[in-house]
Design a protein around this ligand. Structure first.
Ligand SMILES: Cc1cc2nc3c(=O)[nH]c(=O)nc-3n(C[C@H](O)[C@H](O)[C@H](O)COP(=O)(O)OP(=O)(O)OC[C@H]3O[C@@H](n4cnc5c(N)ncnc54)[C@H](O)[C@@H]3O)c2cc1C
Length: 435
């Protein structure tokens, strides 16, 4: 039958396209459904994909994939109203294969990924919003998943469905694999993209050729909300993002757009943006619930991958999405070979995820929510303290050096910093998130 496939993948983001690619390469008849007008049209992120994990799936992908710049330098700025404490790191070898982080445009990169699946024989269908999972008729229970239905009523059938639908995960919820996503477990970011002539960009940011830089900003931009701002540099575009925990934005009645305007006004940031022409806006959420928010990853004839499965650790999202998509596809291939799509066989996916290096990271941070609750304004306070220290330390006045240092010490003590002991510093470093 024309509308029957071996496997259906919902969502042509990094996790879905990789799952479709691996299954199609393994000989399955695969349908990849995407609600957007093209893969990546609905997807927004900071800006970097990670070369080593991506090459695990597509060796030497940088030869053919569309990328903008290879990040050789990262800066982290702790901002106060008029000052900035900065740290940074540069490594020139990151500018050469096998690279480290590559800045990409999601529209182009996600389209390339989906085309990899198509080149192996997968059918990509865009403008296709899946609204419902289809279940087989069963007298006493809801039966087993046997396909999906689109908003226009079109139905497609398959032995297995992989949900790679991103953070909103409506279908994962519909399948009973996850509950509602609480506001304190997601961060909401807004991104504004600007155009800047290449020669100005390279001169302003000290870049040579395809070298790139990433700027992280803590403190001032988020007005006390736990979150960050950042700048990612493309060839001739520059993306500024800012955002924070959704519940804190709501409590403080701040929209991410207000944070964006505030960030652009900072004297340090406004000069980086000088002359840049705004070309687009986007907003997106990122799951930050960690280990405790991981849904049930499989059911009979059903698997969940990527953001829908909360496979995010710190700044890393696209790579874990792709790796989890690959793992899901590998189990689907095994199930197909056995002709058995029961929970028992698909549990192998849960096992693979559990044994992965990234699950170790996610597990290690399982009390992140408690840290966030306890130290709601830690980023802001640490940033302020560093700026107070910097301002006092670098100011030349008429006091003796020893007296100056004593004064700085007293001022910092009065600030009620959350970092009082070595244990506190360790906790802060463990829970530090640059995004
Ligand atoms: C502000 C921000 C900054 C980030 N920065 C980085 C970074 O620098 N590096 C990094 O690696 N990660 C970053 N991430 C995380 C990263 O973007 C995600 O982890 C990654 O995109 C997840 O991939 P995915 O395929 O699981 O989901 P998505 O990329 O969200 O893709 C899901 C796809 O499914 C489609 N879809 C959803 N529902 C349906 C449906 N019902 N029917 C049909 N199609 C559907 C969507 O249109 C979308 O194309 C960032 C995220 C945010 C929000």
């Amino acid at each position: 039958m024309q509308d029957t496939y071996d496997a259906i993948v919902v969502g042509a983001g990094p996790s879905g396209s990789v799952a479709a690619y691996i299954m199609a390469r393994g000989g399955l008849k695969v349908l990849l459904l995407e609600r957007g007008t093209y893969p990546g049209s609905k997807n927004m992120f900071g800006g970097t994909i990670y070369a080593v994990p991506t090459a695990e799936i597509f060796p030497e992908f940088w030869e053919e994939a569309p990328w903008e710049r290879a990040v050789t330098t990262e800066y982290l700025y702790f901002l106060d109203d008029n000052s900035a404490f900065q740290i940074g790191f540069t490594n020139q070898t990151y500018g050469k294969p096998p690279y480290n982080k590559l800045v990409v445009h999601r529209g182009k990169f996600d389209s390339w990924l989906a085309q990899k699946a198509v080149s192996e024989g997968a059918v990509l269908q865009t403008h296709s919003l899946v609204t419902r999972l289809l279940y087989s008729e069963h007298r006493f229970s809801k039966g087993r998943v046997q396909g999906v239905e689109l908003d226009n009523g079109q139905k497609y059938y398959a032995d297995i469905v992989i949900l790679a639908e991103g953070i909103n995960a409506f279908l994962t919820k519909q399948a009973g694999l996850r509950s509602d996503i609480p506001a304190e477990t997601v961060k909401l970011y807004v991104k504004q993209v600007f155009r800047l002539p290449r020669d100005i960009m390279e001169e302003r940011f000290h870049l040579d050729g395809d070298e790139g830089a990433v700027y992280g900003f803590v403190g001032y931009p988020t007005a006390g909300i736990i979150g960050k701002a950042g700048i990612w540099l493309g060839k001739e575009t520059l993306g500024l993002i800012v955002g924070g925990f959704l519940n804190q934005l709501a409590q403080k009645r701040m929209s991410p757009y207000e944070l964006l305007e505030r960030t652009k006004r900072h004297p340090m940031i406004s000069r980086l943006l000088r002359g840049a022409e705004p070309i687009e806006y986007a907003a997106h959420m990122i799951p930050k619930g960690g280990f405790k928010m991981i849904p049930q990853l499989y059911d009979h004839h059903l698997l969940v991958a990527g953001d829908a499965a909360t496979m995010v650790s710190g700044r890393r999202g696209t790579d874990l999405a792709m790796l989890s998509g690959k793992m899901a596809a590998e189990i689907a291939l095994q199930a197909h070979a056995k002709g058995d799509f029961s929970q028992k066989i698909l549990a192998g996916y849960g096992w693979k995820i559990n044994e992965s290096f990234f699950m170790n990271d996610i597990r290690a941070k399982k009390n992140y929510d408690k840290y966030v609750k306890k130290y709601q304004d830690s980023d802001y306070l640490i940033s302020r303290a560093m700026n107070e220290f910097g301002s006092a330390y670098f100011r030349v006045d008429m006091s003796a050096e020893q007296d100056k240092m004593k004064r700085i010490q007293q001022e910092l003590k009065q600030m009620q910093l959350p970092l009082k002991s070595v244990k506190d510093v360790w906790q802060a470093l463990r829970n530090w998130e640059v995004l």
